[in-house]
Design a protein around this ligand. Structure first.
Ligand SMILES: [Zn+2]
Length: 86
């Protein structure tokens, strides 16, 4: 049995315009949905230069926390990210 504190979603592995299903319940979560009906942003982490690092959101359908990572790609950084811990 593995212990999972929170679900993680890597934007680099998402195709399309950023929508992804909740890893737990499958509810489609869209970054463009600002109605707060399916999810709620609970924490925003930024790099020292102010660029977005990760986003903690709460899926309102199942109550799980989802950490969205991979904003580096959107910021067009070319750094190799070795944090592939599963
Ligand atoms: Zn969910």
């Amino acid at each position: 049995m593995e212990q999972i504190a929170a679900f993680r979603v890597d934007l680099n592995k998402i195709e399309g315009d950023g929508e992804f299903p909740c890893p737990s319940c499958g509810t489609l979560i869209s970054p463009d949905d600002e109605s707060n009906t399916t999810y709620e942003i609970i924490d925003v982490k930024t790099e020292e230069d102010g660029s977005l690092k990760s986003l903690n959101i709460l899926c309102k359908m199942c109550g799980n926390t989802i950490i969205i990572e991979g904003f580096e790609a959107l910021n067009e950084f070319d750094d190799l990210n070795e944090e592939d811990r599963l």
